[in-house]
Design a protein around this ligand. Structure first.
Ligand code: UD1
Length: 431
């Protein structure tokens, strides 16, 4: 089993470059299914969720040509719909975007229930509601979700979401780009990755307006053409390193980012006592490591992202005073708090509300990653203690962070990745 071993207590200094955003790349890659021409996608993060999705498309007949570590050429002319393998699709949440993309091009789709982080119930009822509004019939069969449209082409309609959902908004866009007529998506998610999907599709000839607001209009077009497109930077990866330096102390610049996307994260770091200096495409965070408790209330964008809640919770264990964390998006996103308690943190959880009494001296511990962002939180907690911690389950971290060990080492952290003797033997035997 692979482990990350951290000897904490070292302030972080220097600068690192941020990769493209996983959660933007997933729907953009699926959007290539709508297109019979070739698209080149740049700035994709070389993380395991993206690799799984690319393998999935290739297994369905798409031509997937990895040009470099960060660029891929995709042609989906010969992709066969409804053939996604249970094994690959159920590994990642992003496979849910196959539903909208397959339905958008072929008027039918079949996808196993998607995987992803275990952070609470993740129903697909809003996705189904969107497909049904466009004329689809949706049902479950043999553990797969089936979506089909009897008249062979989706017809534009108004879709009102009762709740803001990133995934359902992206799927509604994918399903309506080639539909007959106009689709209006009301109470849409406003996340930067929704905007990225719309900008990519418009670059391919789609007609989408309003992305980034809560009303998105999609005027159906007959077909799309190829294009070359670069994915936006990952605000959550950037925010994770910013929270890490706030907790450990030091001064770090995160480069190749869009500071506008970081506003909620930057504001909360400043409130906690870090200094945040914003540049054109970079942000510098400076911290003495002496922070104060704050309140966090997770909300859809532009509110504070649920995907930053675990990292901030870890950071706030080292702050003086009390922090209140309210998790409004996912109902099981506090499981990782037990790991922080194992280190000596004083945390009380009641339903979706956690109270962290900071100031306790945390000690190193064997830590388990419950999910992707909880794994990042474990890393932050381990970096900020003056002790040694061993983190297991790091495949979860590698789903969304490229080279986290190398990047932190560049910043002066004492961190290494270790492969167990048994795994090393297995690798040697297969070489
Ligand atoms: C995406 C992100 C995830 C992030 C989340 C919220 C990807 C691959 N994942 O997940 O990292 O934490 O957005 O920013 O991009 N809901 C329903 N019915 C539905 C769909 C969602 O009730 O049909 C609920 C969910 O249970 C949750 C809320 O809506 O309470 C928001 O979920 P959603 O925005 O859809 O999250 P994902 O797209 O799954």
């Amino acid at each position: 089993m692979e482990q990350i071993i951290i000897n904490g207590g070292h302030p972080l200094y220097g600068s690192i470059s941020i990769n493209g955003m996983k959660n933007a790349a997933l729907p953009v890659i699926c959007a290539c299914i709508l297109n019979e021409e070739t698209c080149i996608i740049d700035n994709i993060p070389p993380v395991s969720d993206i690799e799984t999705l690319l393998d999935l498309l290739a297994s369905m007949g798409a031509n997937v040509n990895r040009l470099t570590k960060n660029s891929v050429e995709i042609n989906c002319k010969n992709l066969v719909p409804c053939t996604s393998s249970n094994e690959l699709a159920s590994k990642i949440r992003g496979s849910s975007y196959l539903l909208g993309a397959e339905f958008g091009r072929f008027a039918r789709s079949s996808v196993p229930h998607p995987g992803g982080c275990s952070i609470g119930t993740r129903p697909l009822d809003l996705h189904m509601k969107a497909f049904e509004a466009l004329g689809a019939h949706c049902y479950h069969k043999n553990g797969r979700l089936e979506v089909e449209c009897e008249n062979g082409r989706a017809v534009g309609n108004t879709i009102y979401f009762d709740k803001v959902s990133v995934g359902a908004t992206a799927n509604a866009i994918l399903a309506s780009v080639l539909a007959d007529g106009m689709t209006v998506i009301d109470n849409a998610a406003r996340e930067p990755h929704i905007v990225d999907l719309a900008v990519f599709l418009n670059a391919c000839g789609a007609n989408i307006t309003g992305a980034g607001t809560s009303v998105i209009k999609v005027k159906g077009v007959e077909k799309l053409h190829g294009c070359r497109y670069s994915i936006i930077p990952d605000m959550i990866e950037a925010g994770t390193y910013m929270a890490a330096v706030a907790a450990t102390g030091g001064k770090v610049t995160v480069r190749n980012i869009i500071p506008k996307h970081m506003e909620a994260i930057s504001a909360k770091l400043e409130e906690a006592g870090a200094t945040v200096i914003v540049g054109d495409d970079h942000i510098t965070v400076e911290s003495t490591g002496k922070l104060k408790g704050i309140s966090i209330n997770t909300q859809p964008y532009p509110g504070f992202a649920t995907d930053m809640q675990p990292q901030f919770s870890a950071m706030l264990c080292f702050a003086e005073g009390t922090s209140d964390i309210v998790e409004n998006i996912f109902n099981s996103r506090f499981q990782f708090m037990d790991e922080l308690s194992k280190m000596g943190a004083d945390i009380k959880v009641d339903s979706n509300h956690a109270v962290i009494r900071g100031g306790a001296t945390l000690s190193g511990a064997p830590l388990i990653c419950h999910d992707l962002r909880a794994g990042a939180a474990m890393v932050i907690a381990a970096l900020a203690t003056k002790d040694t911690s061993v983190i297991e389950g790091i495949d979860k971290i590698e789903r969304g962070y490229y080279n986290i060990v190398g990047k932190l080492r560049e910043l002066g952290a004492d961190i290494q990745k270790k492969v167990s003797a048994a795994d090393e033997q297995r690798y040697t035997a297969t070489r």
